[in-house]
Design a protein around this ligand. Structure first.
Ligand SMILES: C[S@@+](CC[C@H](N)C(=O)[O-])C[C@H]1O[C@@H](n2cnc3c(N)ncnc32)[C@H](O)[C@@H]1O
Length: 372
């Protein structure tokens, strides 16, 4: 058994916990932006490949009290670094500290690195490590004087799925977009519309979910370069490929007023072979007519902070509200940083959830339609 952690956007922890449960993790605990759990070495592969709302997966190596640099040094030195990393390891240390006696991040980093180097030197007789091999990001997080030492098994953040070939202004992070879809009542049997689709992030994340495609299948993770015994990464990848649902018929629509945004969406969808699942059309929200029952709208309209001015944002929200009135059986989910959203839309949300899009504080307005 090993200890693992997955980091998440603030507000997405409950979704991430559900994902970890579905992957069979044990003793799952939730803190702000962090879900910790117990699993097997193989789960490092499984979590990196399958988690949709996590930003990184940490393998926790130790937890101990560190009120002084001596305690920190000793705790780090005690770990079997020469068994964990080869002589060529390109190791980097990253420190965080909150409510603790040790608070200077550069000192925490320096002492940790010194302990790692001294321990490696007990086996590798060298003064100087060239660091020209695989990357190992060593994390030290000290909270309330309790140090957690971990390895970042993901490397590049998990939002980087490898499909964003072209972007637009203010795209949603992929992890957040997946969370939005998971927080909605959309499933692969329902129509999904994004009237402000931009580069297509929500649509793509919905297809990944609907077809049961592990979001990490198009990329690599740092741990895959570590010769990690028991990771079984090839078998876990194979298993993920076998789980894909190629047969379901999906019905998704993406609209945007900007042809460049649609081009970006087309390129991104095409890079995954998803073009057949989506109809993309250039359309101003004011001209948009939708038909059918029990459809779902999940969208991220422009919000004044970064793009449009407040007045035109209000007008767009009004259009979205008018559209909603013509679709009484539909459910509507809107993420925006515009605090006056409900006034423009013309209705109070059934539920409002605080979420972060990168550093921007947003709300997710949820309007539940009747169940099909
Ligand atoms: C915040 S971005 C959406 C980003 C998208 N979620 C993504 O991840 O790429 C808002 C989008 O709304 C589009 N837009 C602005 N005004 C519009 C209008 N009147 N009708 C339709 N789309 C509009 C913009 O072109 C932009 O692509």
């Amino acid at each position: 058994m090993i200890y693992l952690e997955a980091t998440a956007n603030i507000g997405m922890e409950a979704v991430l916990k559900r994902e970890a449960q579905a992957l069979g993790m044990k003793n799952i605990r939730v803190q702000d932006g962090l879900v910790s759990m117990e699993g097997k070495t193989e789960d490092i592969s499984r979590l990196n490949l399958h988690l949709r709302t996590a930003e990184r997966v940490h393998w926790v190596l130790a937890r101990f009290e560190a009120r002084s640099f001596t305690e920190l040094f000793d705790g780090v030195y005690d770990l079997p670094w020469p068994d964990i990393m080869p002589k060529t390891a390109n190791f980097i240390t990253e420190a965080k500290s909150r409510k603790s006696q040790l608070f200077s991040l550069s000192d925490i980093q320096r002492i940790t690195e010194k302990a790692v180097v001294n321990k490696l030197q007990t086996r590798y007789k060298t003064e100087w490590f060239e660091k020209n091999g695989a990357r190992y990001r060593i994390g030290v997080r000290i909270v309330d004087d309790l140090a957690t030492i971990y390895l970042d098994t993901s490397g590049d953040g998990l939002h980087d799925r490898g499909y964003r070939k072209r972007s637009v202004k203010a795209p949603l992070t992929e992890t957040l977009a997946s969370g939005l879809v998971q927080l909605s009542f959309w499933n692969k049997n329902r129509m999904l519309v994004d009237p402000f689709c931009g580069s297509g992030t929500i649509l793509i994340e919905a297809i990944l979910l609907g077809r049961n495609i592990a979001p990490g299948l198009n990329r690599r993770f740092d741990f895959e370069y570590w010769n990690l015994e028991g990771a079984n990464d090839k078998a876990v990848r194979k298993e993920a490929f076998e789980m894909i649902d190629y047969d379901s018929k999906l019905e998704l629509y993406g609209f945007d007023v900007d042809p460049k945004a649609l081009e970006a969406a087309r390129i991104n969808l095409d890079s995954l072979g998803f073009l057949d699942d989506v109809t993309l059309r250039e359309k101003d929200i004011a001209q948009l007519d939708l038909a059918g029952d029990y459809g779902v709208i999940i969208t991220n309209p422009p919000y004044g902070v970064r793009i449009e001015d407040k007045e035109s944002v209000m007008a767009l929200n009004r259009e979205l509200g008018q559209l909603a009135k013509t679709l009484p059986t539909w459910s509507h989910y809107i993420i925006t940083a515009d605090e006056g959203f409900e006034r423009g839309f013309g209705k109070k949300a059934d539920r409002k959830r605080k979420l972060y899009n990168g550093k921007i504080k947003t709300d997710y307005y949820q309007y539940y339609g009747p169940r099909p």
